[in-house]
Design a protein around this ligand. Sequence first.
Ligand SMILES: Nc1nc2c(ncn2[C@@H]2O[C@H](COP(=O)(O)OP(=O)(O)OP(=O)(O)O)[C@@H](O)[C@H]2O)c(=O)[nH]1
Length: 415
Amino acid sequence: MAFFSKLKDRLFKSSNKLEEGLDAIVEEGAADAAPQQTAPEKMPEVPPSAPPVEVPAEQPAEAPKAPPVEVPSEAPSEIPAETPAEIRPETPKQTARTAEPMAKPAMKPMPAPTPDPVPAAPGLLGRLMGRGKADEPRRALDDDMLEQLEDLLVGADMGVDTALRVTANMAEGRLGKRLSTREIKELLAAEVARIMEPVARPMPIYAKRPQVVLVVGVNGSGKTTTIGKLASQFKAVGKKVVIAAGDTFRAAAVEQLQVWGDRAGVPVLTAPEGSDPASLAFDAMTRAQEEGADLLMIDTAGRLQNRADLMEELAKIVRVIQKKDPSAPHNTLLVLDATTGQNALNQVDTFQKLADVSGLVMTKLDGTAKGGVLVALADRFGLPIHAIGVGEQIDDLAPFDPEDFAAALTGLEKS
Ligand SMILES: Nc1nc2c(ncn2[C@@H]2O[C@H](COP(=O)(O)OP(=O)(O)OP(=O)(O)O)[C@@H](O)[C@H]2O)c(=O)[nH]1
């Protein structure tokens, strides 16, 4: 809950923008009709979300700052028969392959609301919670209002296709109903949570040692910071981590990674400026194996100006580490910057062509009004979202929780 409060505060720009827009839409229509007491819309139930954090089995359940990871299983190529039920029977490769570009997550149709039998006054609890207030401005849901809602969601960076789908589902069985801003927010939050549910997946952790995590993304997206935060959180739950500073062409990037390594108490392997990143990756793999490290996190360059070079560089890193472990890398994390809005969609497209992306981390959700892009990403690509970054501090990275996110995005209070 503490993180939810933080998330809600940090997503203020997105939620504020949505809230102001919704108020304006409802008030515009409400002004045309005298307010009348209407039974509050019966809200759909949001399916319970997957547990956001699955602490490795050998860790105490209350381990502090548990990283956004899944329970370790056996080597990624073999899921053991005794795999606990909650582990999704997928290898990292399968995860990447099953997430076809443009594949839509299976979306259940919005359940048709049962008509409210009697337009009763809200109950005591409802009144205490401020629910179903008779004096709330209300507006009948019609095509005009739906169009305005679509525009608002597009403005929050949800993208046209996703905004259309969301509003269509919100309207299902509700056309003509008079809704308040709060009720629209609840409907919107339920719809967002439903889209995000299938992609809210912690980063899988395997018993394989070292588990190799390749981190890709454009320069400035937050790769270094995310590696630092993850390393620190893994260390806090007893994992031995080694970091390889694979962006050997930028001295500043290496220095920054060293700062985070020091902060996290994790060794950072570097190579002279301009040297071959694949050679560094090979050395890092050797050291991680020799030291019995649990995780090797490899930072990579993010220069998209010359895609062919970058593709070759990433492919070479993969070839080289596969000489030591043919199943590596076990995770390829794409780090995206939320402030880039719709551009994040292009980055996923591009990096899926450059690397076998297995999951996403979305950074800088704080201080942007573009939080809706995460919904567009989930709707369009269906790639697992492992974690979100909401600040520059070490604990500003958390597992992705669809309901918390939906509530924070829409500015809903969570009881
Ligand atoms: N507000 C905020 N800032 C963040 C977050 N994650 C990273 N940053 C900041 O974003 C900037 C870029 O982050 P880096 O981690 O250096 O990004 P990078 O992808 O490694 O970039 P290069 O080093 O240029 O390759 C830094 O100033 C970080 O402090 C976040 O979740 N929220």
